[in-house]
Design a protein around this ligand. Structure first.
Ligand code: SF4
Length: 327
């Protein structure tokens, strides 16, 4: 591990000033992802700005029905909050399906949003990787790509986004609020993570020196139920091969509104407007769910090791919708 400078910030303004536009500096909170990367020599910060003492731990209901989640709210506290468990069940389930209790106790909301891919070639400095070193090539395209993306990839990168929490937030609708030396701004959660395209090293809409201060969840969809289904190689402490976050409001047996997001198959948390368009206004039947699943994966592109993800993701959608619409 290389040496780096360590600085502790006392407030958000100071944190942003300490970071400045130095692209070799990083913020550190729970450190569950960042320190891994530093140990592997994948991330090589010159300076770490510790934000753990910033007042960003509030979890508060707003007058307009939304829920403001501070950047430093831990994954455990968010998952077990009564309002989240009741009104944003899909989020609570997604959080509790990820990592381990010990990791969730220190991992933060903003850290989860900023989580980096688990592509093994990205984590191996001996192998070419366009995300780690632009222009060097993508080892996964010809290598082992069983766990890689079937949606949103490019000829530069097919790394899958690893977060469960972000999939749930994508389905629920949320806003990411960031602050930097030039001021504050909000980004729709769905637009925050970027597809790789020709610039796989750019993973999100965050500028150097900007810090996530909070994520605000949209008001719960009236009368909706939600569910997160995660399919993986083993039952715990494992990333998704395919997952589905489903939020559905029914009028009798008819789907009034549905929101679908997928994990484990996309290069970013994957909202499927195609599936939602099939579901809205239709009867809540297996035939409808199957058509929605087909629509969601219509543009999927398999690599040589991961064609199984396409039917798996379709099954995840049908099962999640069946669960959420069945009493
Ligand atoms: Fe790197 Fe992306 Fe290719 Fe993985 S899939 S080796 S992260 S460029």
């Amino acid at each position: 591990m290389r040496n780096f400078a360590y600085q502790r910030a006392g407030d958000v303004h100071q944190a942003c000033a300490l970071h400045g536009d130095d692209h070799r500096a990083d913020f550190i909170a729970g450190g569950t992802n960042l320190i891994d990367m530093v140990k592997l020599d994948i991330m090589r910060p010159d300076r770490l700005v510790d934000v753990n003492r910033l007042p960003l731990t509030e979890l508060v209901a707003l007058d307009d029905g939304r829920l403001k989640v501070g950047a430093l709210v831990t994954n455990t506290d968010l998952a077990h909050d009564e309002r989240v468990a009741a009104d944003y069940t899909v989020l609570s389930e997604a959080l509790l399906s990820g990592a381990s209790t010990q990791l969730r106790n220190v991992a933060t909301t903003a850290g989860n949003v900023m989580q980096r891919t688990r592509c093994p070639y990205f984590r191996n400095p001996a192998r070419p990787c366009n995300k780690r070193e632009p222009g060097s090539g993508c080892s996964a395209l010809e290598g082992i790509n069983r766990n890689h993306a079937v949606l949103g990839g490019s000829d530069q990168c097919i790394a899958v986004h690893p977060s469960d929490m972000c999939v749930a937030m994508t389905a629920l609708g949320a806003t990411v609020s960031v602050e930097g030396v030039e001021g504050k701004r909000d980004v729709a959660f769905e637009d925050y993570h970027l597809r790789p395209g020709d610039t796989p090293e750019r993973e999100h809409d965050l500028r150097d020196g900007e810090l996530i201060t909070h994520v605000t969840l949209d008001a719960p969809l009236e009368g909706a139920r939600s569910h997160y289904l995660k399919l993986r190689d083993r039952a715990s402490y494992e990333f998704a091969l395919a997952s589905c976050a489903a939020v559905v409001a029914l009028d009798g047996d008819t789907i009034r509104e549905a929101r679908i997001a997928l994990g484990g198959v996309g290069t970013k948390p994957w909202r499927s407007r195609e599936a939602e368009a099939v579901l809205d206004g239709q009867p809540a039947t297996e035939a409808t769910f199957t058509r929605a699943a087909e629509a969601a994966l219509a543009d999927a592109k398999a690599q040589h090791d991961n064609a199984f993800k396409i039917p798996l993701a379709k099954q995840a959608i049908v099962r999640a919708l069946t669960t959420v619409t069945t009493n």
